[in-house]
Write a new protein. Structure first.
Length: 646
């Protein structure tokens, strides 16, 4: 062995160990090979996404097909590595190279596909069969059976709709026609949802992973401790604020819980919070990241593309409702701490805040740059790429924040793993949406929803909330939002609602399943850390985060909350909503500087309801003005009474 090879062998061994995935039931050789293959596919997907995001020179169909093929191949290797049965491992490994074929085939034969009008031929049919087999396996292993049932029903309806009598039947479509629609066009698997996944979701998840790697997440936690730690029940407020801030860069409730919860939940328990309450606070706070800019949940990027507005418009519209949710959560946590008589965090305070900002405040520069680039008119994709460049430039400033090549590859791999369920979900949703548009069923179902509501906006909103809630329980938020955007949002806009209001309404109710049982993934993740009962944790999280259920209904009468309308309407909407939601939170919490007697809690509840009276915010009708005036008086009286007692 030459000296160069002898020196490089330990380095290569170190790289393999650093990139090795956890699979104790597999041989070291198999784990090493699969880990390297997954890392290679992740790096290739990352390079493709960054090139397409910054230069935008790749045709949409080619970009989306190649992206899905790379992510799906890596996902199937992961499924095989962790498969509990030999047959599943063999099938997953066999389908991994098969799912690479659609991307490579479309890349190589794109001109021919265009010349023949996108009609599938024999080779296309074989590739389509492999694509669907891989997608089915990925849905089962990374998303769940609910979405697979929807895909099967959609495909079955497309092929056998001629057997259905009446207006919901159709002439039926052949498998060749389905393959042409779902694989060789931008109306199916590689449609708009997949475009959003490659242009935004993967890119911003990569950005969030890089910021976590350089230590921005720890800065958020210490800033939150510095701001809130010396207050009563400081650890709870720290958890709420730090998880909220962290959520603004990754947009994932479950990821937030497992990232910050390992620190904040034990801290809260030591301060006196019960295991159930500690887990509930973390779950409710972590779910805030999906509704707060600048980086919201995956569905927010989908919304921007569907209603064809800049992402900055969606982020700006989400700002006030997101802040209202955080405000209500902070008040609720503070009230719980006061009611339970909990202590402060003795190691926190402004000294910690000052030290954090002086020594590690520069780690916030990428986020400041992201907001600045968006304000200067850069597209979100270019802004994200430039933000990553800023992060890489500042990371070597201190030894503990420095990231090397292996760390960057780990970020790419972790991003592929984290986004695999979302990419799978949008691919499956693309199948369903493609069939709905092909058969015209989407328009018929939207009309049926309007008819069922009796043309009543309140009834339509209630029906929409119920449908959104149940879809959100069984599907990932991105898939739930996509289906609701096709089926329900048109019904709301037909009733005169602004598109951004309609889509934000279903967006909120699709997301609320993160804390509502029986699914409540964020609450269950928090319960696994706190050691509490999962369902009790979810119920507590709903109590603390009830604003998510209330705010969407305020959109209908207070569109100013979404920056829709005049400046006066926006200001008055924000003021009324803040007063009303704060009053409701205090009434539910039962504590403000001192325990609130029952009759004053009732007064606060009535006052909040009157302030949030469902009427236009600038209405000058005497009854509306009287109701809101009485409501504000009751809230002010309760605050004055509690302050005088304290």
């Amino acid at each position: 062995m030459t000296p160069i090879l002898r020196r490089s062998k330990p380095v290569l061994t170190g790289w393999i160990e650093a990139l090795r995935l956890e699979a104790p039931q597999r041989s070291p050789r198999e784990t090493a090979v699969i880990s390297l293959l997954v890392a290679t596919l992740a790096v290739a997907a990352t390079a493709l996404v960054i090139y397409g995001a910054y230069f935008g020179l790749i045709t949409a169909l080619i970009l989306r097909a190649m992206f899905f093929s790379l992510v799906a191949a890596g996902g199937l290797l992961l499924v095989g590595l962790k498969a509990p049965w030999l047959w599943l491992r063999a099938l997953s490994y066999a389908l991994a190279p098969v799912v690479l074929l659609p991307g490579l085939h479309i890349w190589d034969s794109y001109a021919q596909i265009v010349r023949r009008g996108g009609m599938a031929q024999d080779l296309d049919m074989w590739i389509f069969a492999g694509l669907m087999a891989a997608l089915v396996l990925l849905i089962i292993r990374s998303v769940g059976w609910a979405l697979l049932v929807l895909v099967a029903l959609a495909v079955g309806y497309a092929m056998f709709g001629d057997l259905i009598p009446g207006e919901y039947g159709h002439r039926g479509y052949t498998l060749t026609r389905l393959a042409s629609m779902l694989m060789l066009s931008t109306e199916g698997i590689f449609g708009l949802p997949m475009g959003v996944a490659v242009q935004y979701i993967f890119l911003f998840a990569l950005l969030g992973g890089l910021l976590m790697k350089i230590g921005t997440g720890e800065v958020f936690v210490d800033i939150a401790r510095g701001l809130t730690g010396r207050m009563r029940g400081g650890p709870g407020l720290t958890a709420a604020l730090s998880s909220t801030m962290l959520g603004t860069i990754n947009g994932s409730a479950v990821a937030n819980v497992v990232t910050t919860g390992t620190f904040t939940i034990p801290l809260m328990k030591r301060a006196g919070y019960s295991a159930t309450l500690a887990g509930a606070i973390e779950a409710a706070a972590s779910s805030a990241g999906q509704i707060l800019p600048p980086v919201m949940g995956a569905a927010a990027f989908l919304m921007a593309e569907i209603i064809r507005v800049p992402y900055a418009t969606i982020a700006l519209a989400a700002l006030i409702p997101g802040l209202l949710y955080v405000l209500a959560l902070m008040i609720a946590v503070w009230a719980e701490a006061g009611r339970l008589g909990l202590d402060r965090d003795p190691q926190a305070g402004f000294a910690l805040l000052k030290e954090t900002l002086l020594k590690r405040g520069y780690l916030l520069l990428p986020l400041i740059g992201l907001v600045g680039f968006l304000a200067l008119g850069y597209t979100p994709t270019r802004a994200a790429v430039l933000c990553m460049v800023v992060a890489l430039v500042i990371s070597p400033w201190r030894r503990e924040t420095r990231v090397g090549l292996i760390a960057l590859i780990q970020v790419c791999r972790d991003t592929l793993v984290a986004t695999l369920p979302i990419v799978t979900a949008v691919a499956a949703a693309g199948v369903v949406i493609g069939v709905l548009n092909l058969t015209g069923l989407a328009l018929m179902l939207s009309g049926a929803i309007v008819d069922l509501s009796g043309s009543s906006m309140l009834a339509l909103l209630a029906l929409t909330a119920v449908v959104s809630f149940f879809l959100g329980m069984g599907l990932p938020t991105s898939a739930a939002y996509l289906l609701l955007a096709v089926l329900v949002a048109p019904a709301l806009t037909r009733m005169g609602m602004e598109p951004v209001v309609a889509h934000m309404f279903i967006f909120y109710y699709g997301l609320v399943s993160a804390i509502t049982p029986p699914v409540a993934l964020a609450a269950y993740a928090a319960a696994s850390i706190s050691g509490a009962d999962a369902n009790k944790t979810a119920v507590e999280a709903v109590r603390l985060g009830f604003v998510k259920l209330l705010v969407p209904f305020l959109f209908a009468t207070m569109p100013g909350l979404l920056m829709v309308g005049s400046g006066g309407e926006i200001v008055v909407s924000a003021a009324l909503a803040t007063a009303g939601i704060a009053g409701l939170t205090l009434a539910f919490g039962g504590w403000f500087l001192a325990p609130i007697p029952g009759h004053w809690r009732l007064a606060a509840l009535v006052g909040a309801a009157l302030v949030l009276w469902p009427a236009p915010v600038l209405s000058v009708e005497p009854l509306v003005l009287l109701a809101r005036g009485v409501g504000l008086f009751l809230l002010a009286a309760m605050v004055w009474r509690q302050a005088s007692r304290a």
